[in-house]
Structure formats: C-alpha cells, structure tokens
Design a protein around this ligand. Structure first.
Ligand SMILES: Nc1ncnc2c1ncn2[C@@H]1O[C@H](COP(=O)(O)OP(=O)(O)O)[C@@H](O)[C@H]1O
Ligand SMILES: [Mg+2]
Length: 381
C-alpha cells in the first residue's frame, strides 16, 4: 500500500481568504453573547498552562470558571493561524443557531483587539481521542453499552446536521478528537471550524480539500467533491475506531495491519471479525459479538468507495438501533484512499479536479505518479 497519509505537512495552511474587518466580523455575530477579554482572562487564570485542556488546528483550548461559577472551555485562536478568522466565524455562525443533545453548546465569544475566543460549555470527559484512543487511556471504562450510546449519539448529531436543519450542514472534520464527552459520557460533536452550509438545491460543492487524513472520503480527497457522504465516510472510520478501541492508523504495526479499515476488511473477508474487537471488552457481560460485528458492517457501508452506496445518517441511526437490518449484500470493499496509489494506478491531477495553490511550497506538496496533492489542508489532530 502506498503512502498517502504520512506525506502531508501540517504546515499546509491554505492561503488567507482575504482580510475581514472587525466591523464586518462583529455584524455577522450579532446575536451571540460577547465576553470581555478581561473576564475570560480571570476565568482561566490568565490562560495558564495548568488549565490547558486541548490543542487543535485552531489554537489552544483552556478550562475556565466564570464569575457565576459556570465552567467553560475557551478556544483561543492562535495569532499565527492564517485560516483562523474564517474558521472562527464559521464555527460561531454554524453552531450558534442550532441546539441538539449531541452537539456542543456555544455560550458566546470574545472579539477584542486581536483576541478571538470561542466560549463553550465545559465537557468533563474531554474527547474520544484522549479518553478512548489516546496513549494515556483514561480510567473511564468504555463498556459495550457506553460505546453503543456514543455511536448512536454521534450518528444522531450528524443526522440532525445533515437532514433536520436547513440549510444542511456538512461538518467536514468528523473524527475522534472532535467528539467530546460530558459527565454522563453523552457524546457531543464539536469543532465546526470547517463546516459548510449546504443549500437544499445543491448536490455537491467543489471545494478546497480540508479535513484530517485517515478520515477523508476518497472522492473528496481526490476531486474535492464535497457532499454529506464525505461526513458519512468519516463517521464510518470513527465507528470502527470506537468498536475496536484503536486509531485508524498505527504506524507501529506492520503492513496492512497499520490501517484499521484495511485490517477490518481482511478479517471480515476471512470471517474472523472477533480478532478485531477491543481486548478491554473481554469479560464485559454486555458485550455481544454479533452486535459489534453488525456495527463493523455498518462502518463498511459508510465507507463504501461509491458515495451513493453509503447510507444516509438517519438510516445509519436506525441500523445501529436495530430498527432496520444491515443488508450484507450491499457491502463491498470499502474505499481506501491509499489503495488508489498502487504502482499501476496513477491519477492525473488535471482530471482529478485538484487545485494547485500558488503558495505551494515543496513541503506542502506530495507527488505520487502523476498526481500532485498540494491543496489538502490537513487539520490533524
Ligand atoms: N467544550 C470542551 N470541553 C472540554 N474539552 C474541550 C472542549 N472543546 C475542546 N476541548 C478539547 O480541546 C481539543 C481541541 O478542540 P477543538 O474544538 O477540536 O479545536 P480545534 O479546532 O483546534 O481542533 C478537543 O479535542 C478537546 O480535547
Ligand atoms: Mg478539533
């Protein structure tokens, strides 16, 4: 399998999208509570490292306590982030108007001088990336029932974004570090910095590719063709991670074991799915191998190469809940991006729809065969 994932630089920030002046910025965030920098500074003890709870493509996230005792998460846009102001506005405008049990709740923001901070309700159990998949696994016991609840919750949140609100929202960065857990381990989809609003009359948007390698749907990574099905692909990868308790990629493993989706497909084909299950589920009385195998089959459906073969998120919710069956005849080999770069299989960048940015530098460009990836904005972690 050829290298796809390791070949991108995290420095591959896109060019700035044009200056946004403060007035324009503030007028677009009118109906949101504005916090002063001072009060957030006090709440987080001057953004002390002790209070730092996360870091992502956007900047650092700090825990804080407001004067009235409310616990908050303060997402501080880093000054060097060229993409930042756009992401900041997208995040606020996307999430401010919507509320759902499985989406994070926005409290407000701070726009003062050069400071840009998003204020969220604090979620006690951090992200799935840290607590379920992280190298320092937490002491939370992710029983089968809890995993089921998490999978269904994320699927419901995504079904809401995709199907229940107008315009629809494509999140574009569904992954373990963007699923947060509250004190009851209810999952909340977070991080709407890359989200796109999708007017009903559009079938797809052609866009610069942004997202996180390992979760990117092939048609989106290669042609920049964005539909809700790209989120569904990412969800399929995440679903597999939750059931198996491991990251979609593990460089320490040899060959085809490295990529979880590929390994899962091999074991499924050999009728050995039980080998894939998280060992920490051993002895869990609630664990049901048939049920877990069903979840893995759903993840294959979500990651089908052809977007139209992937089920909608509302169908996924019903399948996960057992309200409708999973038709195994519909399952064929999932679309693995890396697979498309086999030795005899080169893709012409000009016909693939990839854009080439003017500011591409050698460390942001990857060539394989005739294909040049210069436009993927890798937002990991
Ligand atoms: N509301 C919150 N409560 C607790 N932790 C949070 C919260 N928001 C973010 N975090 C932590 O910060 C990390 C980065 O936040 P995220 O919103 O994904 O930012 P980025 O856009 O920088 O990726 C998350 O993965 C999580 O560990
Ligand atoms: Mg994130």
């Amino acid at each position: 399998m050829a290298c796809f994932t390791g070949c991108f630089s995290r420095k591959a920030d896109p060019p700035t999208t044009g200056a946004i002046d403060l007035e324009e910025e503030l007028s677009s965030i009118q109906n949101i509570r504005l916090y002063s920098y001072k009060e957030l500074q006090i709440a987080s003890n001057d953004f002390s490292t002790v209070n730092k709870i996360g870091r992502g493509g956007f900047g650092s996230v700090y825990k804080g306590k407001l004067k009235d005792g409310t616990l908050v998460a303060l997402k501080v846009l880093s000054v060097e982030s060229s993409q930042g102001v756009r992401e900041f506005l997208t995040e606020i405008n996307t999430i401010s108007a919507i509320q759902h049990e499985n989406l994070v709740s926005l409290y407000g923001c701070c726009v003062e001088g050069g400071h840009r901070i998003v204020v969220y309700g604090y979620l006690e159990n951090n992200s799935l990336a840290q607590t379920l998949l992280g190298s320092m696994r937490s002491n939370i016991k992710f029983s089968w029932n809890i995993r089921t609840k998490i999978c269904i919750g994320v699927a419901r949140g995504l079904a809401f974004l995709h199907e229940e609100i107008q315009p629809h929202v494509v999140h574009r960065d569904i992954k373990a570090s963007n699923v947060l857990l509250d004190k009851d381990l209810t999952p909340k989809i977070s991080d709407f910095g890359l989200a796109k609003l999708f007017p009903a009359n559009l079938t797809h948007i052609s866009t610069r590719v942004a997202g996180t390698l390992g979760y990117l749907a092939p048609e989106y990574a290669i042609r920049g063709q964005l539909t809700r099905k790209a989120d569904i692909y990412s969800f399929g990868v995440l679903l597999l991670e939750i059931v198996c308790g491991r990251c979609n990629k593990n460089d320490r493993l040899p060959g085809e074991d490295k990529y979880l989706l590929e390994r899962a497909w091999v074991l499924y084909s050999d009728n050995k799915l039980e080998e894939l299950m998280d060992v920490s589920l051993e002895g869990d009385r609630e664990f049901d191998l048939d049920e877990a195998s069903k979840f893995i089959k759903i993840s294959f459906l979500c990651t089908q190469q052809m977007p139209k073969l992937r089920p909608s998120m509302s169908t996924v919710v019903k399948m996960l809940r057992g309200e409708i069956g999973v038709d195994e005849k519909m399952i064929s080999q999932p679309g693995l991006i890396s697979e498309q770069f086999g030795k005899n299989n080169t893709i012409d960048a000009s016909s693939s729809g990839l854009e080439k940015h003017d500011n591409s530098t050698s460390d942001t460009t990857m060539s394989y065969g005739t294909m040049t990836f210069s436009s993927i904005y890798n937002r990991s972690p």
